[in-house]
Design a protein around this ligand. Structure first.
Ligand SMILES: *Cc1c(COP(=O)(O)O)cnc(C)c1O
Length: 356
């Protein structure tokens, strides 16, 4: 052993979730395309468990400081967590957050499964007040795409007295920039389709629980819902996790620089960036029409939805009908990749100028 009691996240990302070091064994757990497995082990059927899921779950669990369960998408993970709300319970949600999450929770509330109340996540007194009597507080911090941040310490402290389960969607920050379980949150949710896998080629999600018994609960829900990831997907997501720290450092350095330059541009009304992570939200002079023009004119930055890949992408979020009206109509969400920052800026600048 190295004698170090806690390894740095960069080392964990590389060393966690490996098969035993035995002669002839591969360094990586192979992809296991199997439905049926020989009885006597952890699982006999791949909806209940597949050995290919272990590396991703072990790496992510260690990075978040909890117990990870993989799902077929971030939305499936969200669904499994929201299913825990008792009938007629109250769920507190952000006023602006990932549209799929608000849609799922809103639809279930309309069908009478539970009640829902919306809050501004950056308004701590409002969140704490709404939490009284709530079964679950759903947080996203920073929020997608408005980048509002919640005070996790204050809110989690209040949640303990209120007996509210605190869930944090940690997709934007990743465990390398924020570990919600350390702040007192009960459950973390991820869209692994974004930064964790990092190459825009995997649809996957995860739930990370502080309590090992909660892990069993989520595994059972995954089985029941049939929200199981494919063995290829968990392989690719684990492979992505191995380089998360390097990709994040580079994309974040790019994002800081682009945010600074956007803030100085005369064509930009404002640029918002939380100071960490890879997402920038900004608006341009000329409103939604100008925003559509700008995003259509880039040559390196891809005009596309989704985020967290090695390639930079941007879009005007409200071009999607499902996007909440709390998101400004002209807001452009820029997901910064790991290209050369000068090439990126030259592209952004020509798009801003060309759209004038
Ligand atoms: C994309 C996203 C989700 C949904 O994840 P999918 O993998 O697309 O199902 C949930 N939360 C946030 C913050 C996201 O960006």
């Amino acid at each position: 052993m190295t004698g170090r009691t806690t390894l740095s996240p960069s080392t964990v990302a590389i060393t966690a979730g490996r098969p035993p070091r035995e002669p002839g064994r591969p360094l990586n757990t192979p992809i296991t395309p199997a439905t049926a497995l020989v009885p006597g082990g952890d699982s006999e059927y791949s909806r209940h468990g597949n050995p290919g899921w272990d590396p991703f779950e072990q790496i992510l669990g260690e990075l978040e400081g909890g117990h990870a369960v993989s799902f077929s998408s971030g939305q499936a993970a969200t669904s499994a967590v929201v299913d825990l709300v008792p009938r007629d319970g109250l769920v507190v949600v952000p006023r602006g957050a990932y549209n799929g999450t608000l849609d799922l929770i809103g639809e279930r509330a309309r069908r009478g499964f539970f009640r829902v109340e919306s809050v501004d996540v950056d308004n701590t007194p409002q969140v704490v007040d709404a939490m009284k009597g709530a079964s679950m507080l759903w947080l996203e911090t920073p929020t997608n795409p408005t980048l509002l941040e919640a005070d996790l310490d204050e809110i989690c402290r209040a949640a303990r007295t209120a007996d509210t389960v605190v869930v944090v969607d940690n997709t934007f920050a990743t465990p390398l920039r924020q570990r919600p379980l350390d702040h007192g949150a009960d459950v973390v949710v991820h869209s692994a389709s974004k930064l964790l896998s990092g190459h825009s080629d995997v649809l996957m999600g995860a739930v990370v629980a502080r309590d090992p018994r909660a892990r069993r609960t989520f595994e059972r829900r995954r089985t029941r819902l049939g929200a199981t990831p494919g063995s290829l997907e968990t392989y690719l997501a684990a492979r992505g996790l191995r380089t998360l720290h390097v990709r994040l450092d580079r994309a974040e350095a790019n994002a800081k620089e682009l945010h600074a330059r956007l803030s100085r541009s005369r064509q930009v009304v404002y640029s918002r960036y939380p100071g960490f992570g890879t997402i920038i939200a900004f608006e341009v002079v000329g409103g939604p029409d100008a925003a559509d023009k700008v995003t259509s004119m880039s040559e390196i930055v891809v005009h596309a939805t989704s985020l967290g890949g090695v390639e930079s992408t941007w879009e005007r979020r409200r071009r999607h009908a499902a996007e909440p009206a709390t998101v400004p109509d002209g807001l452009i969400r820029l997901s910064v990749g790991i290209e050369d920052v000068e090439d990126l800026w030259a592209d952004v600048e020509q798009a801003l100028t060309g759209a004038r």
